[in-house]
Design a protein around this ligand. Sequence first.
Ligand code: FCB
Length: 465
Amino acid sequence: MSDVVFPEGFVWGSATAAYQIEGAAKEDGRGPSIWDTYSHTPGRTLNGDTGDVAADHYHRWADDLDQLSALGLAAYRFSIAWPRVQPGGSGALNQAGVDFYSRLVDRLLDLGIRPVATLYHWDLPQVLEDAGGWPARDTAARFADYATKIVGALGDRVHTWTTFNEPWCSAYLGYASGVHAPGRTEPASALAAVHHLNLAHGLAGRVIRDLAPAAQLSVTLNLHVIRPASDSAADADAARRIDALANRAFLGPMLDGAYPADLLADTAAVTDWSFVRDGDEHTAAVPLDVLGVNYYSTTLVRAWDGVSPKSDSDGHGRSAHSAWVGSESVEFLPQPGPYTAMGWNIEPAGLTELLLRLHREYPELPLMITENGAAFDDVVSPDGAIHDDRRIDYLRRHIAATHEAMAAGADVRGYFVWSLLDNFEWAYGYDRRFGIIRVDYDTQQRTWKDSAHWYRRLTTTNRLP
Ligand code: FCB
């Protein structure tokens, strides 16, 4: 990889999410979200950490945007907190919340940075969870209403609108394994949530098309790269089953306008899918301009023999309840290292494989890597520097893997490093640091890690350092 050069116009960016960085949980009319409730429930997050203050981005946003500019970035992916702009989950918008994002977008445009806004990065207004959450169909209608109002307010000042970030996590971690908010462990509800997220994507996507015709429309999925442990038919079937739940449960309705038949059959004992109404799958399949891909590691499965102790190394946190609804017959195996501080295996080839699969299956659809990055236990040197060589190595190898997929034909338009700043890493709180910029949570001081300096060399030359 001595000379990896990206095409002119390839978009370098960085990503964050509202609850992970903003703080100001009770300011200017923001209402509670499911993540406020969850993080404030004892035992739910590591060290009892919450997003109350986080990286205090709500107050430091202007300086943080200057960092983007100093990093030479062409785009910034952020999310809008639904409970900040529509605290009640319905009705009129909270103007102070809208103003925050409006200023953010205007400042990005002044800096020549594309705003890439995600409408939902997991922070459902708590009132909507109280009314049933994503397993309830009405939540999709509420989401479309929220989209109508906020897209009406920000419109095509936003370059790219993304409906959802990783609906897989919202549905299965939120409602099946319970390791994410709202922490329910109801397998049938998780599948209903899958459907209502798909439906909400389609409803909101159509709103975006109407109200911001010049903007790009996208969704971000955390597609899993699933490998069978052997070439036996049983292991191949385990991989097929997990691919259906993890990937095709979203790709199917969103891109092909139908749920895959094997998914419905595999989960028939859990639900009859009667929550899918005529026309829903068609609604979900709103044409996209670009598909967002988040990638971190791979998944290794085999058919469980039903007798030996079962491993559950699926990389998505420990719970007595599986995220993999209806898949008791599948075992998730530990994988060879090296690992990040999340315990996720480092496997750049998986990214090439994923991009090429998408290119093969959806050749017309441009791709954007909307998240990729790594948590490591950073050490601050006596001179104040953070020599995060392992993060640089992770990024370099994954960006080279992206280039490899492009050389083989994949239409990848850009890459967003996760994350701009250290932040609230959900159930792992502030213990896991993903930033290329360090945040000292006592002083809120920002310090560029070596990886930030390295990334700047890439973004300003298009050449992999
Ligand atoms: C993804 C999330 C993002 C961040 C990274 C590490 O699943 O979208 O918010 O937590 O993982």
